[in-house]
Design a protein around this ligand. Structure first.
Ligand code: CP3
Length: 344
C-alpha cells in the first residue's frame, strides 16, 4: 500500500501527517460526476460496477485524499429485505411499503449479500484493482437505528414520529425489527470486507434525534452487537459515526469502534477527551464552512488540527457529508491545508 496514513491513524499509530477524506467526496458538486449523472439515475450508477468504480475514483484523482469510499447508499440493502424504494423526481428516495406494524416487521428479510447486492461487491473488487494500493478503500452501512428510521418513516423526517411511536408502544416489535436489521448490517459489512474493503464505517446520521436514555435502550445494543461481531469476524478497523450525539458521546463510545466519528456541534478536543484517547477520532469541520473562502477554511482547519494536539489517531473529515453546491476549490483547500498544517 503506497499510502497507509489513514489505516495507521485508525490504529492510533504515529503518522507523518493527519490523513483526510470527506464524507460524500464523490457527488454532484463535481463536474466529472455530473457528466455521468446526466446519463444515468443515481441507482443505476450504484448498480453498474464500472460506473460505481469510476465515480469512486473521481475525487481520489482530483484531490490528494488519503482514502476512497465506495460509491453506494445506505438504502441498497433494502431491496433484499423486501422493502421497495424509488427515487421520486428531485426528491430523496421514497418507500412505498414502510414498516409500521408487526405484520410488516415479520415480513422483513435478512439479506444474502452475494445474491442481493452482487453489484456492490463487484464494484469493491474493481475499485481495489484500479486503486492498486494507492489509498485504502472504505466500505460502509447505515447503522441499525438510521436504517430502521428510514424504513419506518419511508422518507426523511423532522420528528421521527412513526419510529418513536413504534419504539414506545411496541418495544418487543422494535427489538425484533432491530435484531433483523443488525443481522443485515453484519452480513452486509462482512461481505464488503471479504470483497476487499479495508475499513468499514457505520453511518448513524439520524440517531441524534434520540435523547440519551432512549439511545441507550433502543439504539446502542444493536450498534454494539454489529461492531462486536465485525471485530470478531474480520480484521478491518470500524468507524462509528453519528450526528447530533455530542451530548452523549460517553454512551456512543460504548457501541465500540476503533474510530468514533463526530459532527461539528462538539469541539474536537472536548469530544476526544470524553471518548477517551484509546479510540481514534474522525472529524469535524462544519460542511457549510466550505461555502466561505480559502482563507477562512484554512483558519478553521488549523483550529481543528491544533485541537488534536498532534496525538496519533486523528482522521480529518467534515462533521457530515459535502453539501451540493460546494465549490470544488474549497474542497481542495480543506484537503491541502490539513496536510500542510499537520506535517510533523
Ligand atoms: O461518503 C459517502 O459517499 C457515503 C455514501 C452515502 C450516500 N448517502 C451517497 C448518496 C451515505 C452514507 C448516504 C447516507 C444516506 N442516504 C442517508 C442517511 C442520512 C445522511 O445524509 O447521512 C439517507 C437517508 C440516504 C438516502 C438517500 N440517498 C437520500 C435521502 C438521497 C437524496 C438526497 C441527496 O443528498 O441527494 C440519496 C441520494 C444519494 N446518496 C446521493 C449520494 C452521493 C446523491 C446521488 C445523486 O442524486 O446523484
Amino acid at each position: 500500500m503506497a499510502n497507509e496514513t489513514f489505516l495507521k491513524a485508525c490504529r492510533r499509530e504515529q503518522t507523518d501527517y493527519t490523513p483526510v477524506w470527506l464524507m460524500r467526496q464523490a457527488g454532484r458538486y463535481m463536474k466529472e460526476y455530473m457528466a455521468i449523472r446526466e446519463k444515468h439515475s443515481f441507482i443505476e450508477m450504484c448498480k453498474k460496477p464500472e460506473i460505481a468504480c469510476e465515480v469512486t475514483l473521481q475525487p481520489v484523482k482530483a484531490f490528494e485524499l488519503d482514502a476512497a469510499i465506495i460509491f453506494a447508499d445506505i438504502l441498497l440493502p433494502l431491496e433484499g429485505m423486501g422493502i421497495n424504494f424509488e427515487f421520486a423526481k428531485n426528491e430523496g428516495p421514497v418507500i412505498r411499503n414502510p414498516v409500521r406494524n408487526r405484520k410488516d416487521i415479520d415480513a422483513v428479510k435478512v439479506i444474502n449479500p452475494e445474491a442481493d447486492v452482487p453489484y456492490l461487491l463487484e464494484a469493491i473488487k474493481l475499485v481495489k484493482k484500479e486503486l492498486n494500493g494507492k489509498v485504502p478503500l472504505i466500505g460502509f452501512s447505515g447503522a441499525p437505528f438510521t436504517l430502521a428510521s428510514y424504513i419506518i418513516e419511508g422518507e426523511g423526517s423532522r420528528n421521527y414520529i412513526n419510529t418513536k411511536k413504534l419504539m414506545y408502544t411496541d418495544p418487543e416489535g422494535w427489538k425484533i425489527l432491530m435484531d433483523k436489521i443488525a443481522d443485515v448490517v453484519i452480513v452486509y459489512l462482512q461481505a464488503q470486507a471479504k470483497a476487499g474493503a479495508q475499513v468499514l464505517q457505520l453511518f448513524d446520521s439520524w440517531v441524534g434525534c434520540l435523547g440519551p436514555d432512549d439511545f441507550r435502550e433502543y439504539a446502542l445494543p444493536y450498534t454494539k452487537r454489529v461492531i462486536d461481531t465485525i471485530k470478531k469476524t474480520t480484521d478491518v478497523p470500524v468507524i462509528n459515526f453519528g450526528t447530533n450525539t455530542g451530548t452523549y458521546l460517553n454512551l456512543v463510545k460504548q457501541g465500540g469502534g476503533d474510530v468514533i466519528g463526530v459532527d461539528w456541534k462538539v469541539r474536537l478536543d472536548e469530544a476526544w477527551k470524553t471518548i477517551g484517547y484509546e479510540h481514534s477520532i474522525q472529524g469535524n469541520l462544519d460542511p457549510v464552512v466550505l461555502f466561505s473562502n480559502p482563507a477562512t477554511i484554512r483558519k478553521r482547519v488549523k483550529e481543528i488540527i491544533d485541537m488534536a494536539e498532534g496525538r496519533p489517531g486523528h482522521i480529518f473529515n467534515l462533521g457530515h457529508g459535502i453539501i451540493l453546491g460546494t465549490p470544488v476549490d474549497n474542497v481542495r483547500a480543506v484537503i491541502d491545508s490539513v496536510h500542510e498544517f499537520s506535517k510533523r
